[in-house]
Each structure stands twice: as structure tokens, then as C-alpha cells.
Design a protein around this ligand. Sequence first.
Ligand code: AMP
Ligand code: ZN
Length: 493
Amino acid sequence: MWPFSRKPKAPRSAPVFLTNTLSGKKEQFVPLKPGVVTLYSCGPTVYSQAHIGNMRTYIFADMLARLLTQNGYRVRRVINITDVGHLVSDADEGEDKMEVGAKREGMRSEDIAAKYARMAMEDMQKVGIDTADVLFPFATGYIKEQIAFVEQLMKLGHTYRTRDGIYFDITTFAGYGKLGEPTHHTHKEGSADTLSTRIALTEHGRIKHNDEKRNPADFALWKFSPIGIRREQEWPSPWGRGFPGWHIECSAMIKALLGTEIDIHTGGMDLIPIHHNNEIAQTESLTGKQFVKYWMHVAFLNIGEDKISKSLGNVVYVSDVVERGYHPLALRYFFIQAGYRNPISFSWDALAASNEALNRLWRIARELKSETKGVSVSSEIADDIRRYLNDDLATPKALALLWETVRDDELSPKVRLGVLLAADEVLGLSLSEPPSFSRVSQSVPADVQSLVDEREAARGTRDFARADELRIHIENRGYAVEDSPTGVVIVKK
Ligand code: AMP
Ligand code: ZN
């Protein structure tokens, strides 16, 4: 089954423009094969829980897939699950993140991977990502393909062997670094008495294996298990027991699942200098053809002024959003207020405002649906919204026009509903099926909250006269009360 089988609303010929990191420019999208798009997104490293920054990147890919579907394309999607080989440092050093996770939780890597992959998928669904028709391959499920890929690179003369692994020699690939200047991470001395680096320590206790690299940006395709140590995750290979380097999984899985030339590849901007330049080097060295037609990258979500980081203790998860009483789709609303190429900064106040705005949109959607009995009509405004979204996913512009439209009483409810539905096909805010959000918004002031509680109590004792009186008090304070089968919704009027 193809993803997003809903009937496309816009004509197939509507042009779509995307910013391509490869050219640094906005380009008109033309697929490799008419009517079909192959779209690959770098997915989670499943050694810990995916955070809301990761979700920003996945939501972007979801909107992109919806946009292409709406424009009449059939989209074949893959999001990989990295469950081996992603080392703590980008310079092929330090422990494997999966080993870190397994040790931390006293579990096997395989179980850690299964646990966090499942959680990531559940979180993706909560923030409105359509996962049903996305393939989620695990890197450990494609070891054979990765070994075969490295063997071919070896035959073509792109590799060399050091004491700790097989490396790609970047000087053998003329176009190395097409996406942007690679940053070379140098190792920190003394940081590394770990499983995968122990082998490389010399008698002086210094890490030596980097010295065997011919160029600082050369990268590991296959790493050997340290002599005398059994890694939990290791496989036989023509070069001895070991495990794949991080970058090879994407090249090998893309080749296996989508082909050697694909339309779009997405990820966060952090992946540009090393991971994606390395993916290009591997695949294009093998095929001699252009690997990806459009590279698209999402700017980072920060927390306040800071990077999301465990060491700063500021990591926010979808589960935190839910625990604080916000709907997870409020996060999606928060993200789409900015263009995907702009860094954004998260705060709980900003999320509260998004939560409120989204609840207001849901209330309007419910009203319009009941006024129109669900019948909507097309309009130029709906076309304008589609045009904005087709223009490199200009979500802030689309959202602004959406608000302007739904507030315009001079437009017929059917037109307004049509605009709301058109926007939602790509935005994915559940405006077509507004959920009954049963929890009271966190940002409701305490006095309003106590009126709400009192009203609930009155309803509980079937004192409806008192409940109605309290509703008026709440409304006088600027809040609307909506009762749903699952509870009460309070939204700012
Ligand atoms: P990881 O699980 O670290 O391999 O990251 C998964 C995806 O999330 C990659 O595409 C990263 O580029 C992206 N990513 C990581 N951190 C952030 C962030 N703070 N904001 C946006 N995207 C991010
Ligand atoms: Zn990747």
C-alpha cells in the first residue's frame, strides 16, 4: 500500500519548490521518475529516548511527504533506525552509543534498540506523523548489505586498512564535501579507555589509531572488534569480526530499499558536514551517478539559548509535554510557526501559547463542521495556502492566512472549512477530526481553574443550574468551556 492514499486535491502539475542544500538554492522539484518520489530520512539512534528536537526533524519529513502526496505523487519513504555503529564521537572514536545505552540500563543492545525504537515510533504518532506506510529498517538487519557495499568500495580502490578498521580514503572521491565544508573532529587525549578504543592505545597510553588515517576526514566503513574482547554486537566479515561504521548503513539501506539514486534525503543540519558528505562519497564512488537529487536539512530546535543536551539537563521529551497537560500536537503547531530552515527556541510559555492557539483552531473547526454539516467548498484562498506550502513549506505564511480566513465572518462557513481542510492536509494538525482535548490547558489562570473545578463538581452532583452559572463566570473571564464525552475543554476566547 502506498502512503497517504487520500485523493490529491491539487492538480498534479502544481509546481513544488524545495531548498536544496546541494545548490544552496530553492529549486523546482522534478522527480527522477514521473509520479513517484523516493524519500529517505536519517532516523533515530535508539540508545536513548528521542527528544523534541528529533521530532522537529521528523515532523518536517512528514509534512514534506504529505505535501508531495497532495501534489499527486506517490511517496516511498524510509526512516532508518540506527542500532549499531554510531560512536560517541563523529571521528570514529569512543564507545558505540548502543553500548553506552545497554550498560546504562543493564540490558542487551538489542533490547535497548527495540525499546527506544518503539518509543520513538509512538512519539512520532503522537505528534501527527503518519508512520503507517514508512519503512523503518534497523541497521543490524542490513549487515550483509553493508559488508557487500564495503567490499565493492574496496574493489574500486576507495579503501585502506588500519589496525582498527577499514577506512574510506576521501582523496579517491573527487567531489568530497559537496554539501559543505567538513568539520574535522580531533580526538581528545585520555578520553578513551573504552571497548572500541582500547585496542588503539600505545604503551604511552595515547590513542594512536587516528595517526593511521591518511586524511583527517577519512572515515570508518568497518571497525574491528578489539582483540581479545567480544563485543555484544559483532559480525564476521571478510576482514574479521567487527561492526559497520555509522555512515555505511544509510548508503547500504538506501541502495537495498529505494535504489542507488533517490529524489530526496532529509535530516537535521548537524548531519551535513560529516554524515551526509560521507554518504555521498560512499554511494557516488560505487555508482558513478548522483546519489540524491534534493538534500533537505532542518535547523535545530534549541531550549532557550542552549543546545538540547543531556549534560545541560535540559532535554525535553514528548512524554514531558503530555505530562504537563499539553496536547502533543501543540508541539507540531509550535514548530510550524517557523520555517524549517530557521533555528527555533523552545520554552514552556511558547508551548502553552501554541496549545491554546491549537485548541482554538480545533474549536473553530468543530463549529464550522457542525454549521456546514461537513460540506466544504474550494476557494482561491485554499489555493493560496497550497501555493505557500508548495513554496518550500512556507508554514508561517500558510498559518497566518489560515487564521485570517477562519476569523473572517464575511466568508461563508463552507469556504472557511475548505481552507482549514486544505491547510491540514499538509500541516497535519488534526483539524479535520479535532480531538476532544480533555485536559485543561496549563495556562488557564488559577481563578479560572477553580471555577472550572467547581463547575465539574456541580455537574457531578447534577446541579446543572449552578454549573451553568459557573460557565457564565468562566466566560466572563475570557474562557470558553466545551464539554466532550471525554471531559472538559477550556480555551481562551
Ligand atoms: P539522532 O537520534 O541523534 O541520530 O538524530 C536523529 C535526527 O534528529 C537527525 O536527523 C538529527 O539531525 C536530528 N536532530 C538531532 N537533534 C536535533 C535538534 N535539536 N533539532 C532538530 N533536529 C535534531
Ligand atoms: Zn543517515
